[in-house]
Design a protein around this ligand. Structure first.
Ligand SMILES: [Zn+2]
Length: 221
């Protein structure tokens, strides 16, 4: 966030930013792995217990570093470090959490003011806005809508299986398809994304009854 704080979540910008991020980082296979992506970017992720050990925090509960959240971002030696709660059982929830934190970094929520790395520097309203923006980013990064549409996935169970997200996240995406799946934003940057994920999508369809010709038509744009 800059000095001019937004008054509502910038949903469209967050979604397009997630698609652009996938494109720029040449990510082309599903399910998307936010742990590998964060590692490649040099942002950790480090579990908070290891982090506390590394940094020599003694006599302090490592989870207290997270202030009750599943993860947080710290500024360490001038770069961002995502630390997370290793005791979260659900792999899907962990994946979403890391994608959400990547969203904060990529959306520039902390860019201009290091103080904002801590929640205390934000009003409740500001915090709520950046939380929603990071969620929009994470949903789109893990389940890009143009890909969900092209693959013809409509039911939460299918979405869950392909993108390895929680049932709730898949249900939300199923609802997104209904609510705004026909708007222009649902397809923006779609052709570029589909080119990137083309071989994966072909493989997916080769397990179904889709013919080669139908496939090429789907992916051609
Ligand atoms: Zn957050």
């Amino acid at each position: 966030m800059t000095q001019m704080s937004p008054t509502k979540p910038r949903k469209k910008a967050a979604i397009l930013c997630a698609r652009q991020f996938l494109i720029e980082n040449s990510i082309q296979i599903l399910p998307i792995d936010p742990f590998i992506i964060a590692r490649k970017k040099g942002w950790g992720p480090v579990n908070c217990v290891s982090f506390a050990k590394q940094e020599g925090f003694k006599g302090k509960d490592p989870l207290s570093l997270l202030c009750g959240e599943d993860a947080d971002i710290l500024s360490v030696n001038g770069s961002y470090k995502i630390i997370y709660n290793p005791f979260i059982k659900s792999r899907e929830r962990k994946r979403f959490t890391i994608a959400h934190e990547i969203g904060h970094i990529v959306l520039g929520h902390f860019r201009n003011d290091k103080l904002r790395l801590s929640r205390g520097a934000l009003s409740d309203e500001e915090y709520d806005i950046i939380e929603k923006e990071a969620d929009f980013f994470a949903c789109e990064m893990l389940m890009p809508l143009p890909i969900v549409k092209t693959m013809g996935l409509q039911k939460a169970e299918e979405i869950q299986e392909v993108f390895r997200v929680s049932k709730q996240a898949a249900l939300n995406r199923e609802r997104d398809l209904e609510w705004w799946g026909h708007f222009k934003i649902a397809d923006e940057l779609g052709p570029e994304l589909l080119r990137r994920f083309g071989s994966y999508i072909k493989q997916f369809f080769s397990r179904t009854s889709q013919t080669e010709k139908e496939l090429n038509e789907l992916l051609r744009e």
